[in-house]
Design a protein around this ligand. Structure first.
Ligand SMILES: Nc1ncnc2c1ncn2[C@@H]1O[C@H](COP(=O)(O)OP(=O)(O)O)[C@@H](O)[C@H]1O
Ligand SMILES: [Mg+2]
Length: 615
């Protein structure tokens, strides 16, 4: 898998991404850290107030003081003291509400900003990867990076710092406060903390393993369903509905089982914590009670007040949540770290398309094209061997050869979808390696063998490659490709929606739209890869007639589906297993009486059988 092998040399992937994306938000981060720090500290004060209320007001065991301070300004009456404490609680409540709202706002915003930037950046980087990457990597995997990984990063990059800060502030704050309140009782009451930490760690580790299994199963179910939906016509044609339902049921059952493991762990986790928690609570209540009634036990010397015991019982409850959360944070951290590695490996993948250092800018080609001793293979599998030929500016070149002989590959090499292994390709005497990729592709029009239209209207698809094209340009191109008439027959004309991938059009209609799309930008070089293979003979002839003028003032390569389309070519190149075996005009090749002559006689025969009237 290329994605996972892309990059492993970044030591701290999360930190790396964080520093890339947080720079312009440093004030937000500072503000977020401050609010996340102050909010929990203020939030832990109410039980302390409670202690004062019980000991100094209700039981009146100790002189009234606030946070250890005594003052003549404090009221003397019990009711007034309660009003004061109530007022302080109200203020604390309001301030914490404001702080936690601010922290929520700033971290929420920050995480969305980061998520948005990472997503767009990752997509932008993905777009720069060359075709070999897309052919070896499953699109599903790239989708996973763009969806899941970006989202899981968002959790950590965005909310993590805030959560770490507020969780640690709560744990440290509560612990410190407990020691200030009564260090001896604090020693005893914090005894249960390690137990909670251990139980939490156990469950979170197990959950991590099970979560990974669930994730993997979700992937399996999704790709199965996706595959089936896109191949629905095949399923229906072969009446495989029952079998496919069973297969979906079986992968879904697999997901069910894995999910159950997670649920099983979760429903055991909370009760286990509750048991520990209740045990701790009971122990503290009994021990504290005895401490109050009978005085300090064992080696302890400090008496314990009722208010302090109540404060301790409340604080104990407050510690549990942050401890569990710490476990979850650690878990999230590892998940996000794995995501960060995948995102970075896509960002820094070496399969990027590069312009060479001194790449030249081009805004027009004459269209003189040379293949100079060029060889190419996909990985180790050689497809084209020692290809040599020259097309003069304005030539019409026909390319013929059996399926798999390398015709489509030859055209894609001209667009630099791949780089030759040996030799070079020159356009107007420039090695295409030295021309800016975008300039090269802008001046070349191509109709791929497998036409792809984007969901949207016919008009949008036609204008796809030429933002500045006018309605007139589009209609002219549509007429040349013999598409205007059928487009106008749709009730919505050029506004007709083509459906997913062009599914609402026939194969021949799709091809004519793709042909028109390639003509809209008036390219200097035109590459047609079996561009009319799905249209009928009559329509093809009409297209040929209208294209006659178009191909006259540009270099055109046409891979022929029917030999009659290239009969008048300036040059016909016959490929066989990646090698040029014959080359010349139609008449030359007929005279040679080789492979082409043989193909031609088959073609003639076919046509005589197919169209006896017209021949
Ligand atoms: N993306 C690819 N990765 C690996 N092999 C490929 C790829 N595309 C085509 N091939 C192989 O290269 C050979 C030539 O393919 P192609 O140029 O499409 O032939 P043609 O267009 O003449 O039918 C075939 O054997 C095909 O299997
Ligand atoms: Mg092909």
């Amino acid at each position: 898998m290329l994605l996972s092998s892309g990059i492993s040399n970044v030591k701290r992937p999360l930190l790396e991404l964080f520093s890339r994306y947080s720079r312009e938000h440093k004030w937000w981060i500072l503000f977020g850290v401050l609010t996340s720090l102050v909010a929990p500290i203020i939030g832990i004060l109410p039980p302390y107030i409670l202690q004062t209320a019980i000991d100094s007001v209700l039981l009146d065991n100790r002189p009234f003081a606030l946070f250890g301070l005594r003052s003549g300004l404090f009221p003397v009456g019990q009711a007034d003291q309660l009003y004061l404490l109530g007022g302080i609680l109200a203020i604390i409540g309001i301030v914490s509400a404001i702080l936690s709202w601010s922290a929520g706002w700033v971290w929420g915003r920050f995480s969305q900003e980061v998520q948005h930037k990472v997503r767009v950046d990752t997509y932008t980087k993905a777009q720069k990867l060359g075709m070999p990457f897309y052919e070896s990597e499953q699109t599903g995997q790239i989708m996973t990076v763009l969806n899941n990984d970006v989202r899981s990063l968002n959790n950590v990059l965005g909310k993590f710092i805030g959560q770490v800060v507020s969780t640690s502030a709560t744990i440290v704050g509560v612990t410190v406060l407990l020691f200030i309140l009564h260090w001896e009782f604090a020693l005893i009451s914090l005894f249960f903390v390690p137990a909670i930490v251990l139980v939490t760690r156990y469950f979170i580790r197990r959950l991590k393993v099970e979560h990974a299994a669930v994730k993997q199963r979700i992937g399996v179910v999704n790709s199965k369903i996706e595959n089936n939906l896109s191949g629905m016509h095949v399923i229906k044609s072969y009446t495989r509905e029952t079998q496919e339902r069973d297969r979906v049921a079986s992968v879904s059952r697999g997901l069910y089982d894995k999910f159950w493991n997670v649920i099983d762990l979760r429903i055991r986790f909370q009760p286990s914590l509750n048991v520990l928690n209740t045990a701790g609570f009971t122990l503290m209540l009994v021990l504290g009670g005895i401490w109050i009634v009978e005085g300090p036990p064992l080696l302890f010397s400090e008496p314990l007040s009722e208010g302090t015991l109540v404060a301790f019982l409340v604080y104990q409850q407050r510690l549990i949540q942050p401890i569990i959360q710490t476990g979850q944070l650690i878990d999230q951290y590892y998940g996000a770290r794995a995501s960060a590695v995948r995102v970075l490996s896509l960002h820094d993948h070496e399969a990027r398309e590069h312009n060479s250092e001194n790449a030249i800018t081009v805004d027009h080609f004459d269209g003189h094209i040379e293949f100079d001793d060029m060889s190419f293979g996909y990985r180790d599998n050689t497809v084209l061997t020692d290809v040599n030929f020259t097309a003069n500016a304005g030539d019409f070149i026909g390319i013929v050869g059996s399926t798999g002989s390398g015709k489509s590959t030859l055209l894609k090499l001209l667009l630099r979808f791949y780089e030759p292994d040996k030799g070079e390709i020159r356009v107007d005497d420039h090695n295409i390696k030295d021309i800016k990729i975008n300039d090269l592709r802008k001046r070349i029009g191509i109709v791929h063998q497998d036409t792809h239209l984007f969901s949207g209207t016919i008009g949008e698809n036609l204008g796809y490659g030429a933002a500045e094209a006018t309605e007139e340009d589009i209609k002219r191109a549509a007429r040349l490709a013999n598409a205007h008439d059928f487009i106008m027959e749709f009730p919505d004309g050029y506004e007709t929606n083509v459906g997913e991938g062009g599914a609402k059009l026939s194969g021949g209609q799709r091809q004519r739209i793709a042909l028109a799309r390639s003509l809209v930008s008036d390219p200097d070089i035109l590459l047609l890869d079996e561009a009319t293979s799905h249209v009928d003979n009559e329509t093809e002839r009409q297209i040929q007639d209208s294209l006659e003028t178009v191909v006259q003032d540009r270099t055109t390569f046409a891979v022929a589906h029917r030999l009659s389309t290239i009969r008048n070519a300036d040059q016909i190149v016959v490929l066989d297993d990646g090698e040029i075996i014959e080359q010349g005009t139609h008449q030359d090749l007929i005279n040679q009486n080789g492979k082409y002559a043989q193909l031609w006689s088959i073609h003639i025969g076919d046509n005589q059988r197919a169209e006896p009237v017209q021949q």
